[in-house]
Design a protein around this ligand. Structure first.
Ligand code: G1P
Length: 292
């Protein structure tokens, strides 16, 4: 049986939309509640049992390495003070097998993926874009689990999608669908951020993919356009050869690369929090009364 073992998280964006905080703090370290976004994304992989994660970071991202590394003084202190709960929380940051690679030149998504090539080679890999959180609620199948299952049973690359309408179609990669069986779509074309008239369907690509072993080689041979290498160009080639599948994700998606998406994630995660959920709900209800 094919088993997916590796993942790549491109997280090298400069985060200029979040200046000034991103001047000294790398964007993946911005927190939703008390956890950096990059940790939520790494945790999405636990439903798949992926052991090796490659995070592609921008230069000067040492603080991300620090976050996932050991802080002996802190863990010793928490243990000595009997703060078991906090120790366990801190422990969750150390359980990943992560390698970090730097993307020195900002040359697009495929450029970031190619930085991970020394660790991925021609093996299949999960790809999780660092600007999005995908939350699986009760009864939802985690998005990465669904993609991994489809890959492992078919051997084909598979992307997660969501339905979008109106002007929103132009914000995302868009897929053409040849057929759909049991929620698995066979993709026959891809168009990146189309105008409403150019859209092939209402299915937008979100930032979760499982890419087969041949994709890294395809990316290597792609020619840059406007100094960027486009993942879409490789996906388009897969689609033309009947080698690309798609599936709608279950759960909630948060675009944390966008200020409103980031606030939405913080508000909703606060509402779900055991610690402050109740008081947040109470506060929001009071606040809503004051809003016109
Ligand atoms: C990238 C992809 C696009 C996809 C989007 C999802 O675009 O190129 O196909 O729909 O992520 O967030 P970006 O948002 O990086 O411009």
């Amino acid at each position: 049986m094919r088993k997916l073992k590796k993942a790549v998280i491109p997280a090298a964006g400069l985060g200029t939309r979040f200046l000034p905080i991103t001047k000294a703090i790398p964007k993946p370290m911005l927190s939703v509640l008390d956890k950096p976004t990059i940790q939520y994304i790494a945790e999405e992989l636990s439903s798949v049992g992926i052991e090796e994660i490659v995070i592609v970071v921008s230069p000067d991202s040492d603080v991300i390495l620090k976050h996932f590394g050991e802080n002996k003084a802190l863990s010793d202190r928490l243990l000595a003070d009997g703060k078991d709960k906090l120790y366990k929380i801190e422990e969750t940051t150390r359980k990943f097998n992560i390698r970090f690679v730097e993307q020195k030149v900002p040359n697009g998504l495929a450029g970031a993926i190619l930085c991970a090539e020394p660790y991925i080679g021609n093996e299949p890999f999960a790809l999780l874009l660092g600007d999005e959180l995908i939350y699986a609620g009760e009864g939802d199948k985690p998005c990465m689990k669904r993609l991994a299952e489809i890959y492992e049973s078919t051997g084909k690359s598979v992307i997660a999608t969501m339905e979008v309408f109106g002007d929103d179609v132009s914000k995302y990669g868009n897929i053409g669908i040849k057929e759909e069986v049991d929620g698995v779509m066979t993709v026959n074309a891809i168009v990146e951020k189309p105008s409403i008239n150019e859209a092939l369907s209402n299915n937008a690509i979100i930032g979760r993919y499982v890419l087969s072993g041949e994709v890294m080689g395809m990316l290597k041979s792609l020619k840059p356009r406007n100094n960027e290498i486009y993942l879409t160009d490789a996906l388009d080639e897969l689609a033309a050869n009947d080698k690309l599948l798609a599936s709608c994700f279950e759960g909630e998606r948060y675009d944390v690369g966008d200020k409103f998406g980031y606030i939405r994630a913080n508000v909703e995660f606060a509402l779900m929090s055991e610690e402050i959920g109740e008081e947040t709900a109470k506060y929001i209800k009071e606040l809503a009364k004051k809003l016109k």
